[in-house]
Design a protein around this ligand. Structure first.
Ligand code: AMP
Ligand code: GLY
Length: 420
């Protein structure tokens, strides 16, 4: 089978790592890829937001299966284009990807299927939005409706902050994404991520994880794309996972099908857990990054079978075989991230690290130049390890971190603390 993965981050490196271990995989191309991905697959330059260009590329390279990593090509309809061209594709249609691309749409779906989530109101003008905030009081959450690269959510602890957020959003700070605003009740509790494959009819949970969004130890400092993750997330007990399936995930899948826009791909449910019950914070229409890295480390080669069955509508006959194990990924970022950071610094010591089914450094933002590995992004490396316990996985991941020679990089030292 010839496989094309779209994307260039640690998520796509982890997907490529798992997929190429499966004997079914004959040829693997990742577009555009990165320096780490280039060590195990071919990388190709391709505009992954251009559906027609992706179809042409698939035809020229006899691609049998396309796996879409990030949300932007999904929202742009790339999976629609490849499927229309008869190419097997993992990932939702643009219509179904609205579960991530529009927060107001997600709320509409939750209303239609009575899925538990925060109370909310929608606004397209500042004045009524501000009146609503004054009436509700703080803390309160202000969200730009559209895709805003993870920056469109303001959890306002004071009324003034919430009112400022309204000015920013309607002032155009988030472009078209902020033309509509969703204002939500602030939910207390502990967050966890739940990943479910669905072919539109059947649903198969493939793991839980917890991300670490703040840049600093102890969950302090500004928000980031995620500084590390571990799987499983013990806070999401079997009973809570079942409740989330019954009350949130399955009703959503049925509602999407009922509307004639079935969801096919991975549904990433961000949950807030409080008093033995979970409520939906948000959906994403793709794997989490860096959560995918710990899921792939635990799933290994079977990931390809599962993604393929999902795309072929035969998920009902599949099971995920889990070892009773744990995985941790520590994000190494360039100093300054999530603010301004230096690019182009050299990372040494990677060659000496073990790379096997229990230890892997996934690359998120790197490039190779004259034999050297250079940091090109904010989040740069995802140092990932598996162990029989979370503590063992964590110790192994930090041992690798300590062996990496990159003075211009940093990481959190406490990934996994909530579960340990
Ligand atoms: P989202 O992009 O919707 O995941 O929001 C980003 C982050 O904001 C979430 O992971 C939560 O930490 C926080 N958040 C979003 N909505 C709420 C809410 N209603 N109550 C509390 N925190 C929230
Ligand atoms: N790690 C959070 C996300 O992928 O959205």
């Amino acid at each position: 089978m010839n496989i094309l993965i779209l994307g260039s981050g640690g998520r796509e490196h982890a997907l490529a790592w798992a997929v190429q271990q499966n004997p079914k995989c004959d040829r693997l191309i990742v577009a555009p890829g990165n320096a780490g991905i280039a060590q195990l697959a071919e990388c190709a330059s391709l505009d992954i937001l251009d559906g027609a260009a992706v179809v042409t590329f698939c035809e020229e390279n006899a691609i049998d299966f396309v796996i879409v990593g990030p949300e932007a090509p999904l929202a742009a309809g790339v999976a629609d284009a490849t499927r229309a061209a008869g190419i097997l594709t993992f990932g939702p249609s643009a219509e179904a990807a609205r579960l991530e691309a529009s927060k107001a749409f997600t709320k509409e779906i939750c209303d239609a299927c009575a899925a538990p989530t925060a109370a909310y109101a929608r606004f397209t003008e500042a004045a009524p939005a501000k009146d609503y905030i004054r009436a509700q009081g703080a803390p309160i959450v202000v969200k730009a409706d559209g895709l805003a690269a993870g920056k469109g959510v303001i959890v306002a602890m004071t009324e003034a902050e919430a009112l400022d957020a309204i000015d920013d959003m309607f002032g155009g700070e988030f472009g078209a994404a902020g033309a509509e605003v969703v204002i939500e009740e602030f939910m207390q509790g502990e967050e966890a991520s739940f990943f479910i494959l669905t072919d539109g009819v059947s649903a198969l949970p493939i793991g839980t994880a917890q991300d670490h969004k703040r840049v600093g130890d102890g969950d302090t400092g500004p928000n980031t794309g995620g500084m590390g993750a571990y799987s499983p997330a013990p806070v999401l007990t079997d009973a809570l996972a079942q409740q989330a399936m019954d009350e949130i995930v399955l009703p959503t899948i049925r509602e999407m099908s009922r509307r004639g826009t079935p969801y096919q791909g991975v549904l990433y449910a961000g949950l807030m857990i409080e008093n033995g019950r979970s409520r939906l914070v948000e959906y994403n229409c793709r794997f989490g990054d860096p959560e995918c890295q710990v899921l792939m480390m635990r799933l290994g080669a079977q990931a390809l079978d599962l993604l393929q069955a999902c795309a072929e509508g035969r998920l009902g006959e599949m099971r995920a075989n889990w070892a009773d194990d744990h995985a941790v990924t520590v994000v190494m970022a360039a100093r300054g991230y999530p603010g301004a950071y230096v690019k182009g610094t050299e990372i040494k010591g990677l060659d000496a690290l073990p790379e096997d089914s229990r230890n892997m450094v996934f690359h998120a933002g790197t490039a190779a130049k004259d034999g050297a590995i250079l940091a090109t992004g904010g989040r740069v490396l995802n140092v990932t390890a598996r162990g029989d316990s979370l503590a063992e996985a964590q110790a192994r991941a930090y041992a690798m971190v300590d062996a990496i020679d990159w003075p211009e990089g940093f990481c959190r030292r406490d990934i996994g603390w909530r579960a340990l």
